[in-house]
Design a protein around this ligand. Structure first.
Ligand SMILES: *Cc1c(COP(=O)(O)O)cnc(C)c1O
Length: 354
């Protein structure tokens, strides 16, 4: 499986390079060159598996440089009883006969981001070994609350990696702030930024795009920057797993027949979570409608209903700060999936920046 940038399909990367680098050098997002189809019988095979086994089965389709043995160890460590308070990891509960809730809050920080951020450190450290890079990695994270605490929890104490988190001062809940500023571990650092989430994210993106800074860091300190935001493929892939798993759960519990279409509704911010559902659908899960839910920062719902992405609008601080985002990074991956044209995506992103 090869990876490409959303803005340049002529340069290809291995999975380990995509994960170790986080962002492509041209500012685009690392994306699989194609989406593998789930083999015919997989949904019924998956029905019989544990969550950990499903994770190995699905991630392996995208990570051919990683052995089943490696992935099995990662899944056991990431989703084991020390981290998750239910053996089902991501159980599906019924709200009524036709509505179900995928419970993604059973991890160590109660954020759904634990699903990905318990796995990412394993994928990243293994990727660094595979790319044979003699350097340590500094993860820079922009957060509106949940990503920061889940990333700190995932990366604290991990060898060869340090992590710095930027959050908007006053823009996260008190619990989230406390979870972040009280994280233990001597490889962690947390900064409050005077601004909103987009300011934090733009700051991180500028740090990544600054080649002189990157050179200096690498030459003088042997440090490379990387990302734990959902712009990193290693963060997105574990999210594809729970959509496929949830379908298998519904079939296993006799709630739906195999093949029966379902709709998926996702509260959306940076477009990572719902994009993972889109990828699951492209891989062959019978998902009919994807419903993108927004709060008053409804730049995405406007885009999907009108075709115009207008970031020039009032920013609202709401009670769901993880959705208070006007520049939704992962939309770029959807644009590539739909247009199949890197030059077209590059043009759109340039227009958006201007
Ligand atoms: C992260 C988060 C979101 C947004 O998810 P995206 O993948 O960024 O779209 C929505 N709600 C909560 C509670 C979150 O933590």
């Amino acid at each position: 499986m090869q990876y490409i940038s959303t803005r340049d399909k002529n340069t290809t990367y291995l999975a380990s390079q995509a994960i170790a680098q986080g962002l492509a050098p041209d500012g685009g997002l690392m994306t699989p060159a194609y989406l593998p189809k789930l083999p015919g019988k997989s949904l019924s095979d998956l029905k019989e598996m544990s969550y950990q086994q499903r994770a190995v089965y699905i991630m392996k389709l995208f990570l051919d440089e990683f052995s089943v043995k490696e992935l099995t160890e990662f899944a056991a460590a990431a989703y084991g009883p020390e981290k998750f308070d239910t053996p089902a990891v991501a159980p599906v509960s019924a709200l009524d006969d036709g509505t179900f809730c995928l419970e993604l809050w059973h991890g160590p920080t109660c954020a759904f981001k634990d699903m990905a951020l318990q796995m990412l450190p394993h994928l990243l450290t293994a990727s660094l070994v595979k790319t044979e890079e003699e350097k340590t990695v500094c993860i820079l994270v922009a957060t509106s609350g949940d990503t920061g605490k889940a990333a700190l929890e995932g990366f604290k104490g991990v060898d060869g990696v340090s992590i710095g988190v930027l959050f908007p001062d006053g823009g996260v809940s008190d619990i989230q702030r406390k979870q972040m500023v009280t994280t233990t571990g001597d490889n962690v650092q947390v900064w409050a930024v005077r601004g909103n989430f987009d300011d934090c994210q733009t700051g991180v993106k500028h740090a990544f795009a600054d080649e002189k800074f990157a050179e200096k860091l690498l030459d003088e300190y042997r440090i490379a920057l990387s990302s734990a935001n959902s712009i990193n493929w290693g963060r997105l892939l574990p999210q594809v797993v729970y959509y496929i798993s949830s379908y298998a759960e519904l079939v296993a519990a006799g709630k739906i027949e195999a093949g029966c279409p379902i709709d998926v509704c996702v509260p959306t911010g940076n477009f990572g979570n719902i994009l993972a559902a889109y990828y699951a659908r492209e891989m062959g899960v019978p998902i009919d409608r994807l419903i993108c839910a927004s709060n008053s920062n409804n730049v995405l719902t406007d885009f999907l209903s009108t075709g115009t992405y207008d970031r020039n609008r009032t920013f609202f601080n709401t009670i769901s700060p993880s959705m208070d985002i006007l520049i939704s990074s992962n939309l770029e991956r959807l644009l590539l999936a739909i247009t199949q044209e890197d030059s077209e995506v590059r043009g759109y992103m340039e227009q958006l920046n201007a």
